[in-house]
Design a protein around this ligand. Sequence first.
Ligand code: G3P
Length: 231
Amino acid sequence: MQFFIDTANIDDIREAFSWGIIDGVTTNPSLIAREGGDFIQRIADICEIVEGPVSAETVSQDAEGMIREGRLLAKISEHIVVKVPLTTEGLKATKVLSGEGIDCNVTLCFQPMQALIAAKAGAAYISPFLGRLDDISTDGVGLIEQIVQIYSNYPELNTKVLSASIRHPMHLTQVALAGSHVATIPYGVLKKLVNHPLTDSGNARFLKDWESVPDNNITAQVERWLAARDS
Ligand code: G3P
C-alpha cells in the first residue's frame, strides 16, 4: 500500500519523507487554509520534496472552471494530480483532464457507485472518506472493502483506491487488509504508527544491558578492529 501524507505543512512533509515511507501528498482547501502563505509556491515546494503524486484541489464548481484550474495546476509540476469533487461537473472535468493525460483524484466519495462512476470517467484515484462515515455511525472501512471488490471485478478500470479521512492506526491496518492501493495519512497518525510500548521498553532494556559490557564504545571498537585487520 502506498502512503501519502495528508497535509500542506512543509515541515511535517519533510520530516515524514525523511523516514523513507512517503510516496505522495494530498492537500485540500481546508489543509491549505490552515497553513496560510502562498498556496502555489507551497504546492511547488511540496512537489520538489516528494517527487511523487501531489494532489492539489480545484475550487471552481463548474466543469469549465475545474478544467481551467486543473490545466494550470498541472503546469506547476509533472507530479501534480488534480483533485476535483465527486459531482457531475467533477466527472466532466475528470473526463476532459484525464483525456489530456492529467491525473485526477476524485474526492469526497461516500458510496460505492460514486467510486464506480469516477473510475468510468477516468479518475486516476478515488478518495473515499472513511473517517467521516465513521463519524456518522456508518461503516467507513466497509466502503473501502466494497470499492476494492468492485474495482477488482473490472480489471479494465485503472483507478486506485486512495483511502482518506484516516483517523487512527487501526484504520490503516483495516484498509491495508482490504487491499486499498493508497492511504493518505495525517502526520499525527503517521507518528502513532511508529510507537509501541514494547518497542520502547525493549530498547531501554538493550541499552541497560549494554552498559554492563566492558569497553562498549562501538565506534572505537570497530575502528580498532578494522585497523588491525587492514594493517
Ligand atoms: O484527504 C481528505 C482528508 O483530509 C479528510 O480528512 O479528517 O477532514 O475527514 P478529515
